[in-house]
Structures are given as structure tokens and as C-alpha cells.
Design a protein around this ligand. Structure first.
Ligand code: SAH
Length: 388
């Protein structure tokens, strides 16, 4: 097949040759004629050599997102996309026990060579995000695959034309359901929950936390579903306080605890602003603190302000945590690099004036893979710190 050509300026082909999937409009010499938003185009260098295929988005500065590399131009039909989805599923089967984990991310955009596509599974329900016009054309292929290969009976779709959080059920229906993560149970409401319903990316970090919780008094700040709290209780924590500014989240945390352990006098869900809570709590009340805030910045221009937010909560936690305490601290802001996050935490430690050691460095779970060619795919950073 010959696809319409998008020709790069001389000297601007390096990143595409290195399998980086994003083409910016400034790198383009010649746009394809007569094709609109969402069309499949062949990205070519200045000499006309085909470097790969991508979805065209003429209105965007990110004018093309590539999903294949090399000079082949295969016919892109349902079978092609099903092949890619099949590869994504085979990878999950390799890296994850899908019996103990019925909630997992099947497709992580660039990490699975499917820019713009996010697919999360929660037992027999799927949450699908298609963020470009090009990927919206994949709806039928994705639906067919999910029904055939994974027995999906409910599918919630969010597309780029909708505001975040808005979407529709294209098969099955709205209802809260439960799924398993590392053998623990959780409620998820795909349509009304945060993100795609649950933060699957913290799975491995929760398991680590569970293994280090025994006998500790735990504060889970920014707790949302209370998933970290569930692992802490499973790991033998002495007590757990889950703090979230949203009443619905605090309620969900309580329900998730009860789902796994029945009524738990050692767990308290508290609706509060975590900044204020950390400010006002007494010293030495906790010997394990989790800080997993929402992304404080979604844009490069607000990185400074976000950095101050991260520093503030980390400083408070480090000042007040009991001696020998463990601090699990995270940032999911794409624009805060692992290096910058570590510097921010360093600043907090220095101001707190305590001896702080890095016990573990964490990232996103393996079903949120990072293409080596697309470092931007790394967004979740975490440090487990020991505070003397
Ligand atoms: N740790 C959670 C994910 C946290 S998402 C998990 O493992 O699933 C971030 C959460 O922070 C959201 O639930 C949001 O309601 C909450 N939040 C945002 N601002 C807050 C604030 N100032 N104080 C407390 N919670 C806040």
C-alpha cells in the first residue's frame, strides 16, 4: 500500500529514525495533500525514504503520532490492530498473573506502540480512551478483540472530543464492579471514578508497601480508593488513617477495607485537605506515611509551583514522622523528572534536618511499559525513604 506522504525537513528525521513516535509540525516540509484529521500517513525523510506510519492530526503541533517504523507499508485493517492488541495481551500474560490481577492495563499508548490508546481491564469490563481522531477509527477493532479474547461484556469509551471524565458505554452498562489486584479486592466505578476508575500503575508499589507495613502506624495521604491502606492492613499495620479531600473517596476507602477485611476498627477514613492535615498533625503519630498526590502540574509552565507543593508535603512528613519511619513519596507529574523529584525531596530532607536514606526507588507497574525510545512515557516516580 502507498499512504499519503508527510515529508520531513532535511535534518529533522533523526528522532523518527530512532523510533520516537511524535512528529511536530515544525519538522514538516510537506504535508500530505487531500487528507484530513485522523488519516494514516507515511512519514518520509527529505529524500522521500519512508520511515514509518502514523496518524495525522493537521490542527495539532503534534502533527503525527507514529505507530510503526520502517519502510513497510502494510494494509492497516482490523487484523493489523488486532495483531498489535494480541502482542499487548501476550506481554501482560508474561509479566503479570492475570488470575490474581483481573484489573490491569492492556494498552499503554506509546509503551505499546499505540499512541493515543489506553485500555484498562477490570474483570469483564473495559475502559478505553482514544485520544486522537485517528485512534477513534480503531473502536470497532478494539471492541471485537476485547469481546473475543477477553470476554469483555461492558465497554466504556472516552474519545478526544469529550472532556476528560466524559464518555459513554458502548456495550453493557454502568454499574460498580469489583476486581482483583494481587488477590485483594477493589470496587471500581469506571464512568464516575478518577482516571479510568482506579490507579493501576501503583500495583507493585502497593505490594512493596504491604511487605513493609507490619506493626506500623500508617498515614495514607491522598488516599483515593484507599488501595495503599488495604495493602497496609493486609501486611499487618497497627493502624491506618486514609486522608482525602473528597468525601466520595474517603467513603470508597472505607468500603474497600470492608470488602477485604470486614469492619476494621484500626482503619479511619478522614475527609480533609492533606496539606492542612500534615501541618496540624502531632509529631511521632505515624511511622509510615504515604504521599501520593494528584499531578500538581500538567504543564511545563507550572513546574516551579508544583515543585513547591511537593516540597511542602514532603517537608511536613519528614519533620513529623517517628524516628525509624518509612516515607513512601510519589509524583505522577510528567513534567517532574525522576531527577528533579529527587532534588525536591532532597531539599525537604535538608530543611527537615533529619537523616534520610533511600530504601527503594519506584516507577510505574510493568503493565504501563515505557518504550526506550520514548522516555516521556515514564511519569510515575516514587521513593521509599527511611527517616532516622
Ligand atoms: N493513592 C491513590 C491515588 C491518589 S489520586 C491510589 O493508590 O489509588 C490523588 C487523590 O488526591 C485524589 O483522590 C484526590 O481527591 C486527592 N486530593 C487532591 N487534593 C487533595 C488535598 N489537597 N488533600 C487531600 N486529598 C487531595
Amino acid at each position: 500500500m502507498d499512504y499519503p506522504r508527510l515529508v520531513l525537513k532535511s535534518g529533522r528525521d533523526r528522532s523518527a529514525r530512532n523510533r520516537h513516535p511524535w512528529i511536530y509540525s515544525g519538522a514538516v516540509k510537506e504535508r500530505p495533500a487531500k487528507v484530513g484529521d485522523g488519516a494514516i500517513v507515511a512519514v518520509c525523510d527529505n529524500e522521500g525514504e519512508v520511515l514509518g506510519l502514523g496518524h495525522y492530526a493537521p490542527q495539532s503541533t503534534l502533527i503525527c503520532r507514529m505507530f510503526s517504523f520502517g519502510k513497510e507499508q502494510p494494509a492497516i485493517e482490523a487484523a493489523y490492530w488486532e495483531g498489535k492488541l494480541g502482542k499487548a495481551l501476550a506481554y501482560r500474560r508474561e509479566i503479570l498473573d492475570l488470575n490474581a490481577n483481573t484489573g490491569f492495563r492492556l494498552v499503554h499508548a506509546e509503551g505499546d506502540s499505540l499512541p493515543g490508546v489506553i485500555i484498562d481491564l477490570y474483570a469483564d469490563a473495559a475502559s478505553v480512551q482514544l485520544r486522537t481522531v485517528g485512534t477513534a477509527h480503531l473502536t470497532a477493532a478494539i471492541q471485537g478483540f476485547l469481546q473475543k479474547e477477553l470476554g469483555v461484556q461492558h465497554l466504556y469509551l472516552r474519545t478526544e472530543t469529550k472532556e476528560e471524565g466524559e464518555g459513554k458505554w458502548i456495550i453493557g452498562q454502568e454499574q460498580e464492579r469489583t476486581f482483583q489486584e494481587n488477590g485483594l479486592s477493589f470496587y471500581v466505578d469506571i464512568a464516575t471514578g478518577q482516571k479510568t476508575g482506579f490507579f493501576l500503575d501503583q500495583r507493585d508499589n502497593r505490594a512493596l508497601l504491604g511487605s513493609m507495613s507490619k506493626g506500623r502506624r500508617v498515614l495514607n495521604a491522598f488516599s483515593y480508593s484507599g488501595a495503599f491502606s488495604v495493602y497496609a492492613i493486609a501486611g499487618g499495620a497497627a493502624s491506618v488513617d486514609s486522608v482525602d479531600i473528597s468525601a466520595a473517596a474517603a467513603d470508597l476507602a472505607t468500603r474497600n477495607i470492608e470488602l477485604n477485611f470486614g469492619e476494621q476498627p484500626n482503619h479511619h477514613a478522614i475527609k480533609a485537605d492533606a496539606f492542612k492535615f500534615l501541618q496540624e498533625m502531632p509529631a511521632d503519630a505515624y511511622d509510615l506515611i504515604i504521599l501520593d498526590p494528584p499531578a500538581f502540574t500538567k504543564h511545563i509552565s507550572t513546574v516551579q509551583k508544583a515543585a513547591r507543593g511537593y516540597k511542602e508535603i514532603n517537608l511536613k512528613a519528614m519533620q513529623k514522622i517517628a524516628s525509624g519511619g518509612l516515607l513512601f513519596t510519589y509524583s505522577c507529574s510528567q513534567h517532574i523528572s525522576a531527577d528533579l523529584f529527587r532534588k525536591i525531596v532532597f531539599g525537604a530532607a535538608a530543611d527537615a534536618g533529619r537523616e534520610v536514606r533511600i530504601v527503594h526507588q519506584m516507577s510505574q507497574a510493568a503493565d504501563h511499559p515505557i518504550s526506550i525510545y520514548h522516555p516521556e512515557g515514564e511519569y510515575l516516580k516514587g521513593l521509599c525513604l527511611h527517616v532516622s
